[in-house]
Design a protein around this ligand. Structure first.
Ligand code: NAP
Length: 328
């Protein structure tokens, strides 16, 4: 069996590092494809995995990496809708920090016209996460407004662009004036520097006191109560992370009075069929907007495969706007 270069975590915990190692090239089973990887997208969850706080779901490879771009190198026996050599990007539960990576065919998307193949590695995790949390769980309807916390995160830069392009009024928060400018350039109607402004007051002011219909939150902690205050009647608040803490004291009275829905979801452990459902929606609704140049991947920095520790340090430091990529 052929070997390939991969990255593995060594010394999991606070002082983890990534080391280059050899591993057998995986073979695609039914419903899977093998991708020769051009680039892998970094995700904050990769840092948590290195620290031993976010193990891969059962059955997923222990090699990190949840999204890649590249070309199809082998097809599983029953895969008919993808072709050898096709440039693609794909979501996966693990195994992306490698020269060759397996993906479920239903989690693969064709490279959109006009997009650089390496930069496409930054699309899957952000697009799948933003779409399913804002549309499937958040039920964002025509004419409704959206607040995206972490507007310049890998997730945020896609969420702002996608829903601004689909005609929604999008608000975003970010931690500096420079990041707020970037949010506005991506399509946010109003960007709020959370270090100098109260986002609840800003959103209430911008909506004439009504509040915002859907909130995508990755902060948690005191944002839970403040999101409730910023939500419009019948609003939906969806958490994808609790970076400021998953424990907090909440007064649920306004949830009741405003008839709000509070939700939280993860993407990684969903079934291939559930991911395919999101993939199909992205292919129909978002990929044409990317091909038309109305949405673009936002790449903060690219690192070489053997500089993966520097890439992780850059994400931990947090100055980036958009995605950090590893080039394989
Ligand atoms: N549940 C899921 O399925 C799922 C899927 C993907 C990602 N996620 C989560 O989504 C988050 C973003 O992921 P990513 O890979 O895009 O990470 P990332 O690029 O590193 O972004 C992290 C973001 O969090 C913001 N942030 C951190 N602390 C904050 C605070 N106290 N107040 C306001 N904003 C704060 C940062 O904003 P500033 O830099 O402006 O301070 C930054 O934009 C991560 O927490 C990740 O775990 C969840």
């Amino acid at each position: 069996m052929q070997d390939m270069k991969v990255l593995r975590f060594e010394n999991p915990g606070r002082d983890y590092c990534l080391v280059v190692a050899d591993a057998p090239v995986p073979q695609p089973g039914p419903g899977q494809v093998l991708i020769q990887v051009t680039a892998a997208g970094l995700n904050r969850a990769d840092l948590l995995q290195g620290r031993g706080l976010y193990p891969p779901p059962p059955g997923a490879p222990d090699i990190p990496g949840m999204e890649v771009s590249g070309t199809i190198a082998a097809l599983g026996p029953d895969v008919t809708d993808l072709t050898m050599g096709q440039p693609v990007c794909a979501l996966m539960a693990g195994g992306g920090y490698a020269r060759m990576a397996l993906a479920d065919a239903g989690s693969v998307l064709a490279l959109p016209k006009g997009v650089d193949l390496a930069e496409a590695a930054g699309l899957p995790e952000a697009c799948f996460t933003a779409w399913t949390n804002i549309v499937d769980t958040g039920r964002l309807a025509d004419g409704e407004s959206l607040l995206v916390h972490g507007g310049t995160s890998g997730i945020g830069v896609m969420a702002i662009q996608m829903f601004a392009a689909l005609g929604h009024r999008v608000f975003a928060t970010a931690g500096s004036d420079g990041k707020c400018t970037a949010c506005r350039e991506l399509g946010a109607a109003r960007a709020i520097n959370y270090r100098t402004e109260d986002f609840v007051a800003a959103v209430m002011d911008a909506t004439g006191g009504k509040g915002v219909d859907v909130i995508l939150d990755m902060v948690g902690g005191d944002y839970v109560q403040r999101n409730i205050a910023a939500a419009a009647p019948w609003g939906r608040i969806v958490n994808i992370a609790y970076q400021n803490g998953a424990r907090t004291q909440v007064d649920f009275t306004p949830v009741l009075l405003k008839k709000l829905t509070l939700a939280a979801t993860t993407l990684r452990g969903r079934t291939p069929a559930q991911k395919q459902h999101i993939r199909d929606a992205l292919a129909a609704r978002v990929w044409p907007l990317i091909a038309a140049g109305r949405i673009r991947p936002v790449t903060a920095r690219r690192f070489a495969f053997d500089a993966a520790n520097e890439a992780h340090a850059a994400m931990a430091q947090g100055g980036h706007i958009g995605k950090i990529l590893l080039e394989l």
